[in-house]
Design a protein around this ligand. Structure first.
Ligand code: ATP
Ligand code: MG
Length: 390
């Protein structure tokens, strides 16, 4: 359907898709064949990046040279973003990145892709499929199979270990391909050579999938994560499964940090420990800390958590806690942070001289007031203020 959008059609026309010079490839073909929504669109083309750029610009389409060294040009249209990559083959690899050469041979371009289901090309507008490695049958039968020899393909790019489990989680039916699985298990240590960011991104993509718990259990049984995250053990998986079940039942979208928190042993300082190791953003690190149910900075009371850490974090904590927390989770749905009814001026008016003592007293009042459920009637506020000044 994307090719009928104005942007898609214009790009296809400019790149001569009708003659097969440019074809749809990868995830978009696979997902369309399964009637799944297509999110990002990749095109493979026999044209050089310079020719692609020239033709798109001549058609008035905005072009960004995203990965020009790797042959990728991005076409930005009003309705979607399309990556256009010139046919290439890998000439050398070191497990992390490949040196590529352009080629005129479609099959060579297909052969450097990871799995057979990811190496299908669709000619548009007709929709004829090029399938050199049996990807259509594999897709139909729910099989994620490496193109070529799995051990060699993993040696070329270690990230394929994690991609194998991610695609199996999404598209696999029944037991995973035995040869691929054995190769992933044998080469798990290779993951250590990858950047933490790449491991994290791939792992987080697995974590938000519907079958994440099942896939994690499989990975842990084979020792896939041991070199990178030894603290995640099979006993952690039921927590992830339970969280995923509650998310579905309570109508919450899966979130990688929340799911990761469910998988970790519950102890203080999760953010500090894993944030640095997985190069999490500052915000994700803070969230992971706050989601550690054992976080000592937060009392168990959900309203206090909502007040000091934000309502989303508070609700995530409850979601992680379990079924018993559902009432409190629902009670927080419409919660708004109330404004403090007392300021430094009120403290000073009661005889505390200006200085650090004022903010100490104010903080004490705030803590007690929040713990009492943020009452707004004057008498209660007065009592709490008197206690804070005692
Ligand atoms: P998703 O829906 O997750 O985006 P996708 O198949 O589009 O799935 P991408 O990571 O976007 O996956 O990559 C696009 C295509 O590029 C893949 O379908 C595959 O053909 C190829 N590809 C991506 N990463 C690799 C890799 N590490 N090794 C070989 N081929 C790869
Ligand atoms: Mg994609």
């Amino acid at each position: 359907a994307w090719s009928t959008t104005a942007g898609g059609a214009a790009v296809l026309r400019a790149l001569d898709a009708e003659n097969g010079t440019t074809r749809l490839v990868g995830g978009a073909v696979r997902d369309a064949l399964l009637d799944l929504p297509v999110t990002d669109v990749d095109l493979a083309t026999a044209l050089s990046p310079a020719e692609v750029t020239k033709r798109l610009e001549a058609a008035g389409i905005q072009v960004v040279p995203t990965g020009i060294a790797h042959g990728t040009v991005t076409a930005v249209t009003p309705d979607l973003i399309i990556e256009v990559t010139t046919l290439r083959r890998d000439v050398s690899t070191d497990g992390r990145r490949a040196t590529v050469k352009y080629t005129a041979d479609w099959r060579e371009d297909a052969a450097r892709r990871d799995f057979t289901i990811n190496a299908l090309y669709a000619r548009l507008p007709g929709g004829d499929i090029d399938d050199w490695f049996g990807g259509l049958l594999d897709l139909h039968e729910g099989r994620v199979r490496f193109i070529g020899e799995p051990l060699q393909r993993i040696a070329e790019d270690h990230l394929r270990i994690l991609r194998f489990f991610r695609f199996h989680s999404r598209f696999g039916r029944g037991a995973p391909d035995a040869e691929g699985l054995a190769a992933c298990a044998a080469r798990a240590n290779d993951l250590m050579a990858l950047s933490r960011e790449r491991i994290r991104d791939e792992l987080f993509r697995i974590l938000v999938l519907p079958r994440a718990a099942e896939t994690l259990a499989l990975m842990l049984a084979l020792g896939i994560l041991k070199p990178v995250l030894p603290e995640i053990v099979p006993e952690c998986v039921p927590h992830l499964a339970a969280l995923a079940g509650r998310e579905a039942a309570w109508g919450v979208d899966p979130d990688p940090i929340r799911r990761f928190a469910a998988l970790l042993p519950q102890r203080e300082g999760l953010g500090a420990e894993f944030g640095a190791r997985l190069r999490l953003s500052r915000r994700d690190t803070a969230r992971l800390d706050a989601l550690g149910v054992a976080d000592p900075a937060l009392p168990g009371d959900p309203f206090t958590a909502a007040y000091f850490r934000g309502v989303d974090v508070a609700r995530d904590r409850l979601l992680l806690l379990g079924e018993d927390a559902r009432a409190a989770w629902e009670a927080l749905a419409d919660w708004r942070k109330p404004a403090m009814p007392v300021s430094g001026k009120d403290i000073i008016a009661r005889g505390i001289s200006a200085g650090p003592e004022v903010s100490r007293r104010l903080q004490r009042f705030e803590r007690d007031w929040v713990a009492s459920g943020c009452p707004l009637d004057a008498a209660r506020i007065d009592d709490l203020l008197a206690a804070a000044l005692a």
